[in-house]
Write a protein that binds this ligand. Structure first.
Ligand code: MSP
Length: 653
C-alpha cells in the first residue's frame, strides 16, 4: 500500500454465464477489505469490479436459454451488482464490457498495437477451451483432448486470425517479473517465471466463427472478426478510468493499478498477456497482482452439475455477512485452496468471534457498569499496565507492513486475535473483582482502561474485514472509525474518558448448522422451533411469569426504519409490501400484515420500529426481511413510531 496517496484496485470481471457463487464472493470480499483499509489509511481509493460479457461461452449459454446474448448478459450482470449491493461492497465503479465506452477503448488499444506493428494476420489452427476461453498447446492437453485448467474437452479450430506478437515481449516480461516481483504469493510468481522461460508463442487475438464480441476498429475493415474475449476483458481495468474516451482524468490519476486481485486460474492472463499488451500500447504496468486459491466443497470442485455450489447470499443470511467475511479470510491462507465446511464456519463464529472477541467486550461492559456506572478512564493505564499496552502496540503497529502488503490476510487476523487473548488473560490473572474487594479501585479502572484501548485498536483494524462489527464495537467504545482515529489508535494514543455503551451480544452462539435448516420444509422447521421454544421457556421460567433474561432480549435487534415504498399485495387481504430504509445503503423489503388498518399512501415517510435480525421469510411469494412492531387492541392496530424523528438505522433499546 506504500506511501503513494492514491490506491487503485480491481477484482476480475465476472463471466455472465453463471450466477454469483462463493468463489466470486471471495474475490470481491477480499477486494472490499483492502479497499476499506486503503480508505481508512486516508488513501484516495478507487475500487473497480464488473462483468465480462462477450465471447463464445456467453453466446452459447444465452442460446441454450433461448435468449439473445445482450438480454442474457443484462440479466446476469444485474444479479452480480445486486449481490454486491446487498453485501455492501464498497466498489466505486461497476464496469460492463458491453458499455460503449469500453468498446471504444478496446478498439483504440487494438489499433494502437496494430500501428505499432505488434499485430499481424495469419491462421490459427489448434485446440480451444470454450469454458476458459483459452487456446491450449497440444503438449498441455490432458489425454490428448482435455483442458489442463478445467478438465473439459477442448475443440479443434482452424480459422483466419490476427495474432499479437507476444514472443517479442518475452524478455521484457521476464525482467519485470524478476526485478519487480509483482506477483503474490511469491511462489506463484516463480511458477509464472518458469512458464515464460519455457517460451512464449504469439497469441491469437481475433475469432471469426462467432459474432458476440467487439468488432475490430473500423480502420481495419475486417467485419468478420471479433476481438478475443481476454484482450477485451483485460482492458476493462483501463477503460473504466476513461482510456479511449475524451475524459482521461481518472486514468491520469489512478493508473497504474496498485493491485489486481485474481484467482490462481486466471493468473497467466494477468501476469503475462496483460503486461505485454500494456508494453505494446506504452502504459506502465500494474504494481501487484495477487492470486488467491480455490474454494472446494467437502474436497470437491464446485459445479452446477454436482449440485454442490455454495450460494454466498444464503450463507450470509444464515450466519451473518461479517461472520462469513471473517471465515473466508481467516480460514484459509491467501493463495491456498480451501474447503468450505459449515462446521468450520460455526467453529470460527463460536470460538474466535464469540469467545475471544464478543466475550471480551461483554466482560468489559459488565464490569464497567458493576463498578463504575459505565465510566472508563484510561489515565492510569501506563502506570499499571504500561508493559501490556506496549506489547499490544508491538503486535498491531507492523501488521500492515508485515501481512497486508503480502496479502496474508489470515495472518493479519491471527495476530489481531493475539491482542484479544492478551485482554482475556489479563482479566483472568488480575481478577478485577478482587482488586475492587481490596479497595484497589484505581488499578481496577486502569485494567478496564487497558481492555477498552485494546478493543479500540482491534475495532479499527478489524473494520475493513468486518465493517458492521467494527462499527458496533466502535459505537460501544464511543469511537468513530475514521482516518484520524485509525492513526491515533496505531500510534498508541489512549482513549479519552468515556461512558461505555451497552450493545446486544455481537455473536450469539450457534448450536447447530443453519444451512441445512434452511432447506427443510417450512412445516418441519416450525414444529421443531415451537417445541424447543416451549421447553426452554419451561426451563427458564421458574417463577411462572414467562420471564426472559436481558441477554435473550438483546438477541433481538430493533432499529428505526423509514418506509419509502408501500404497495398492496393484490392477492392478499392482509398484506402490504413495504420497502424500508434502515440506514444500510439499500432498502429492505418487508411484508407486513397491516392492510386492514393502513392505506399504502399514508405510510410513505413514516418512521417505524423494525425487528432487524429476523431470519428472512417468504410470504405470498415475497421475501420479507424484518418485522414491524405494532400495538393492537379492540380499536385496531397502531404501528410503533419514535416520539421525535430518529435517523433510519438508529438502534432501539
Ligand atoms: N471473466 C474472467 C476474468 C476476466 S478479468 C479481466 C473470469 N471470470 S470468472 O467468473 O470465471 O471468474 C472470476 C473469478 O472468480 C476468478 O478470479 C476465479 O478464480 C474466481 N473463482 C471462480 N470459482 C472459484 C472458486 N470455486 N473458488 C475461488 N475462486 C474462484 O475468469
Amino acid at each position: 500500500m506504500g506511501e503513494c496517496k492514491k490506491y487503485y484496485l480491481t477484482t476480475p470481471i465476472y463471466y455472465v454465464n453463471d450466477v454469483p457463487h462463493i468463489g466470486h464472493a471471495y474475490t470481491t470480499i477480499i477486494a472490499d477489505t483492502i479497499a476499506r483499509y486503503a480508505r481508512l489509511k486516508g488513501l484516495d481509493t478507487f475500487f473497480l469490479t464488473g462483468t465480462d460479457e462477450h465471447g463464445q461461452k456467453i453466446e452459447e449459454s444465452a442460446k441454450k436459454r433461448g435468449k439473445n446474448p445482450k438480454e442474457y448478459a443484462d440479466e446476469i450482470s444485474s444479479k452480480f451488482r445486486e449481490l454486491w449491493d446487498y453485501f455492501g461492497i464498497s466498489y466505486d465503479k461497476f464496469i460492463r464490457t458491453t458499455d460503449p465506452e469500453h468498446i471504444r477503448g478496446v478498439q483504440k488499444a487494438f489499433l494502437t498495437m496494430w500501428e505499432k506493428g505488434d499485430i499481424y494476420k495469419g491462421v490459427y489452427e489448434g485446440y480451444y477451451c470454450v469454458s476458459c476461453e483459452s487456446f491450449v498447446a497440444p503438449s498441455n492437453l490432458v489425454n490428448g483432448e482435455f483442458c489442463p485448467e478445467c478438465g473439459k474437452p477442448t475443440r479443434i479450430i482452424k480459422e483466419e486470425s490476427y495474432f499479437f506478437r507476444l514472443s517479442k515481449y518475452q524478455d521484457q516480461i521476464l525482467k519485470w517479473l524478476k526485478e519487480k516481483k509483482p506477483i503474490l504469493p511469491e511462489s506463484r510468481g516463480n511458477e509464472v517465471i518458469r512458464f515464460v522461460e519455457e517460451g512464449l508463442k504469439d497469441l491469437s487475438i481475433t475469432r471469426t466463427t462467432f459474432d458476440w464480441g467487439i468488432k475490430l476498429p473500423p480502420e481495419l475493415n475486417e467485419p468478420k472478426h471479433v476481438i478475443y474475449v481476454w484482450l477485451d476483458a483485460l482492458f476493462n481495468y483501463m477503460t473504466a478510468l476513461g482510456y479511449g474516451s475524451e475524459d482521461t482524468t481518472l486514468l491520469e490519476k489512478y493508473w497504474p493499478a496498485d493491485l489486481h486481485i485474481v484467482g490462481k486460474d486466471i493468473l497467466k492472463f494477468h501476469a503475462v498477456y496483460w503486461p505485454a499488451f500494456l508494453m505494446s500500447i506504452g502504459y506502465p504496468l500494474p504494481k501487484k497482482i495477487a492470486a488467491h486459491g480455490w474454494w472446494t466443497r467437502d474436497g470437491e470442485k464446485m459445479s452446477k452439475s454436482k449440485g454442490n455450489v455454495i450460494d454466498p447470499r444464503q450463507v450470509a443470511d444464515a450466519y451473518g455477512l461479517d461472520n462469513f467475511r471473517y471465515f473466508l479470510m481467516r480460514e484459509v491462507p491467501f493463495g491456498a485452496d480451501g474447503d468450505f465446511s459449515e462446521r468450520a464456519l460455526i467453529g470460527r463464529i463460536n470460538n474466535d468471534l464469540g469467545n475471544d472477541l464478543g466475550n471480551l467486550l461483554n466482560r468489559l461492559i459488565g464490569m464497567a457498569y458493576k463498578y463504575f456506572d459505565g465510566e472508563i478512564d484510561s489515565s492510569n493505564v501506563e502506570k499499571y499496565y504500561g508493559e501490556i499496552w506496549k506489547e499490544v502496540l508491538e503486535i498491531v503497529q507492523p501488521l500492515e507492513e508485515k501481512y497486508l502488503h503480502k496479502m496474508q490476510l489470515h495472518r493479519f487476523l491471527e495476530e489481531l486475535w493475539k491482542v484479544l487473548r492478551i485482554g482475556n488473560r489479563l482479566i483472568d490473572s488480575e481478577k478485577p473483582w478482587e482488586l475492587m474487594k481490596k479497595g484497589e479501585k484505581e488499578k481496577a479502572m486502569a485494567l478496564l482502561g487497558t481492555i477498552a484501548n485494546l478493543l479500540a485498536v482491534v475495532a479499527v483494524n478489524l473494520y475493513p474485514f468486518m465493517p458492521k462489527t467494527g462499527e458496533k464495537l466502535a459505537e460501544s467504545l464511543q469511537l468513530k472509525i475514521d482516518t484520524e482515529n485509525f492513526k491515533k489508535r496505531l500510534e498508541g494514543e489512549l482513549l479519552p474518558k468515556f461512558k461505555i455503551q451497552r450493545i446486544p451480544p455481537l455473536f450469539p452462539r450457534i448450536e447447530k448448522p443453519l444451512l441445512e435448516e434452511q432447506t427443510k420444509p417450512q412445516s418441519e422447521k416450525g414444529e421443531k422451533k415451537g417445541k424447543k421454544g416451549e421447553k426452554s421457556a419451561q426451563k427458564d421460567d421458574k417463577s411462572g411469569a414467562n420471564l426472559i433474561s436481558i441477554d435473550d432480549f438483546f438477541k433481538v435487534q430493533l432499529k428505526i426504519g423509514k418506509i419509502v415504498v408501500a404497495e398492496e399485495i393484490k392477492k392478499s387481504k392482509k398484506l402490504l409490501r413495504l420497502e424500508v430504509d434502515l440506514g444500510e445503503g439499500r432498502n429492505r423489503q418487508i411484508v407486513a400484515g397491516i392492510k386492514e388498518w393502513y392505506k399504502p399512501e399514508d405510510l410513505i415517510g413514516k418512521l417505524v420500529v423494525v425487528v432487524a435480525n429476523l431470519k428472512p421469510a417468504k410470504l405470498m411469494g415475497y421475501k420479507s426481511e424484518g418485522m414491524l412492531l405494532a400495538g393492537k387492541d379492540e380499536n385496531g392496530l397502531s404501528l410503533l413510531t419514535p416520539d421525535t424523528p430518529r435517523k433510519p438505522g438508529s438502534p432501539v433499546s
